[in-house]
Write a new protein. Structure first.
Lengths: 274, 375
């Protein structure tokens, strides 16, 4: 109805939706296409999924990718959280310097960091591979996580830690029950983002993987150069489903945590039992 | 517990680098007392409260709570709880969990925890809002959560740092009454910090007045108002007309003979031990100043011109230009007859005049490194 009301805007919107979804739809359709050349529809099959899951290159690529994504997420969150906590008590000048380093890691081209780290690792004889990629991803991932976590931290009343101490919490308990707990939504959001970024990274992984580590995007890249098969489409669909599921789980966890109903307690008349 | 004393500060001093926030403070707060610390911002009242809570460690001196020395103890090991100016509610926890926070830290058994938290929530009139997040509550409700969260732990002392500062006037007045009732009900010692003298007076058993890190006076609100010990207290606590003069000697009834500039010999009460020749400031409260219409051009030294008469409902405030005596203020119901530019003659009863040593003002104003005068 609104499309009819604004024909130009409606056409544009349709075009955008089309450009976004048609390729994805094509991937999904071809992933179950019996026609291995994907020239025409040859009937539905789950064959390519089975083949993708059986492919040792794909399996090891996936394992490597998850290892890297988990490692980089963890490292990034530790860097971002400790940085944010330091930031809160830092002087204005120190904050400005810190912020500049964070934004530099977001703005500067990934390929710059990748080549720089590549040369650094060569000079220092640091082995290229999973660990090197984790470090490489964490360069920018920690910056994204820092931005998200700091945004939440700024909104927190600094007095809540004192309030926790006042109510009997030791510094560690106060951190765990108040500061960390209050930051948790931001930490989870930052974690999901960094995991996803790491999951589909090509540039940094390509430079720092050496011969020993080939994450899934590089496996796909290699396969495409050889030949485009329905198997690649099947992998794409699975990756997509995995990411969407991850997001769905996160949203569900949030919703549950928010409305954890433990029943309402009736206010008692007496206050002091002693 | 050691009998009467709930909080005792002995020779407490707090320095932040060069700045002396609190100097040589001795304070003894009795158990069950509603005690307020008032003063302008930067006078050291909040620092004092934070030293009792344990957020600041005194540079010198000791802090005792319920007869036990706690000077070196961190906040989480002290039997006190605080209501913060910003409330400092935990944004990720609902009302119930905010209130139950201290009980969980103290490992109170589950059934008792529920009972006590529910009771505190009921006491704060928050029943039905247990599952609300702080962000979903009004300012007044948040304030009551902060109160319930502190009281539920049954502290020896409850510390309140300008707890009503963020509320609007009407709610503020309402909460003042409720706080006083609450304190009477639970019998806990309240130490209340505010810059609002009226608020402190309306609730407190005793009031301490601070200025520039210095304790100026401690006493019942009426005593502090009627018998200020320093010109600062006289001017900070309510409105005061201050007339310069000099003690000339004792007078019957524990009073003094005072030679007031421009006015001559008068009598006034004052703190004991004022020697002849001491420069004083004689305080006459606005409600004690009587105005009589001047007959024609009677231009005595106590003559004044009405500058402005403001009608404030229950009473009327009259601003006066008293020539060499400066600007004065009179408040009362009987002042209704005067209008701007009226000539009036000022008078007051000797019993309503109170002499304060004027020299102390210079000391307080300079406020160097020197330790303060007697209180």
């Amino acid at each position: 109805m609104r499309l009819r009301a604004h024909p130009v805007a409606g056409a544009l919107a349709l075009a955008v939706v089309g450009f976004l979804w048609v390729p994805i739809l094509a991937v999904a359709v071809n992933s179950i296409n019996q026609n291995s050349l994907m020239i025409s529809w040859g009937g539905a099959t789950a064959h390519w999924y089975a083949r993708a899951l059986d492919d040792p290159n794909v399996r090891s690529g996936l394992t490597t990718t998850i290892e890297i994504a988990l490692g980089s997420t963890l490292l990034s969150l530790v860097i971002a959280v400790s940085g944010a906590l330091w930031w809160r008590r830092a002087s204005a000048r120190a904050r400005a310097v810190y912020d500049a380093t964070v934004y530099a890691r977001i703005i500067l081209p990934e390929v710059v960091f990748a080549t720089a780290l590549f040369f650094l690792f060569l000079k220092t004889h640091f082995p290229l591979g999973v660990a090197a990629i984790i470090i490489g991803h964490s360069v920018w991932n920690s910056a994204y996580a820092a931005v998200i976590i700091q945004a939440r931290l700024v909104g927190l009343d600094p007095a809540i830690e004192e309030a926790a101490a006042d109510l009997g919490a030791t510094p560690w308990r106060a951190f765990r029950r108040v500061t960390f707990a209050a930051l948790l939504p931001a930490i989870i959001a930052g974690g999901l983002l960094t995991f996803t970024f790491s999951f589909d990274d090509v540039v940094t992984s390509y430079f720092l993987g050496g011969n020993s580590a080939t994450p899934l995007p590089l496996v796909l890249f290699g396969m495409i150069r050889f030949r485009i098969t329905p198997e690649i489409n099947a992998i794409g669909v699975m990756v997509m489903l995995f990411t969407v599921t991850l997001m769905g789980v996160a949203v569900a966890v949030f919703a549950l945590a928010g409305s954890a109903g433990r029943g309402r307690r009736a206010a008692l008349a007496e206050f002091y039992g002693r | 517990m050691s009998g009467e004393s709930s909080v005792r500060l002995s020779g407490v001093e707090k320095r932040f680098g060069e700045l002396v926030a609190v100097r040589s403070l001795d304070l003894d707060i009795a158990a069950g007392e509603f005690f307020s610390i008032i003063g302008p911002s930067g006078c050291g009242k909040t620092t004092t409260l934070r030293m009792i809570a344990g957020f600041e460690r005194p540079t010198r001196g000791t802090v005792e709570i319920a007869g036990r020395e706690v000077t070196g103890l961190p906040p989480y090991r002290r039997p006190v709880n605080t209501v913060f100016q910003s409330y400092a509610l935990f944004p990720h926890l609902d009302v119930f969990e905010n209130v139950a926070f201290g009980l969980r830290e103290a490992h109170v058994p589950r059934a008792e925890l529920r009972r006590r938290a529910a009771a505190a929530i009921g006491l704060a009139r928050l029943g039905g809002r247990e599952r609300a997040r702080p962000s979903q509550l009004s300012g007044g409700q948040q304030q009551r959560v902060a109160l319930a969260r502190a009281l539920v732990n049954r502290p020896e002392v409850l510390l309140l740092d300008e707890p009503l500062g963020a509320l609007d006037l009407k709610l503020r007045k309402e909460m003042q009454g409720q706080l006083k009732d609450l304190q009477r009900e639970v019998g806990i010692t309240f130490v209340y910090v505010t810059h609002d003298q009226e608020e402190a007076f309306s609730m407190s058993d005793r009031v301490a007045v601070m200025d520039h890190g210095q304790l100026e006076q401690v006493g019942r609100p009426e005593d502090v108002y009627r018998r200020p010990m320093t010109p600062f207290v006289a001017s900070f606590v309510g409105l005061a007309n201050q007339l310069a003069g000099r003690i000339t000697g004792p007078a019957p009834g524990g009073r003094y003979q005072v030679d007031l500039d421009h006015l001559g010999r008068r009598r006034a009460h004052g703190p004991p031990g004022l020697a002849a020749g001491t420069p004083v400031s004689v305080v006459v409260r606005p409600e004690d100043l009587r105005l009589t219409p001047a007959a024609d051009t009677q231009a005595g030294p106590a003559a004044a011109t009405v500058v402005d008469a403001a009608f404030l409902g229950a009473h009327r405030t009259v601003r006066l230009d008293a020539g060499a005596l400066g600007q004065l203020v009179a408040i009362g119901q009987g002042q209704s007859a005067v209008a701007p530019d009226d000539k009036v003659v000022l008078s007051w009863a000797d019993d309503d005049a109170w002499a304060v040593p004027a020299a102390a003002e210079d000391e307080a104003a300079e406020n160097g490194a020197a330790e303060g005068e007697a209180r």
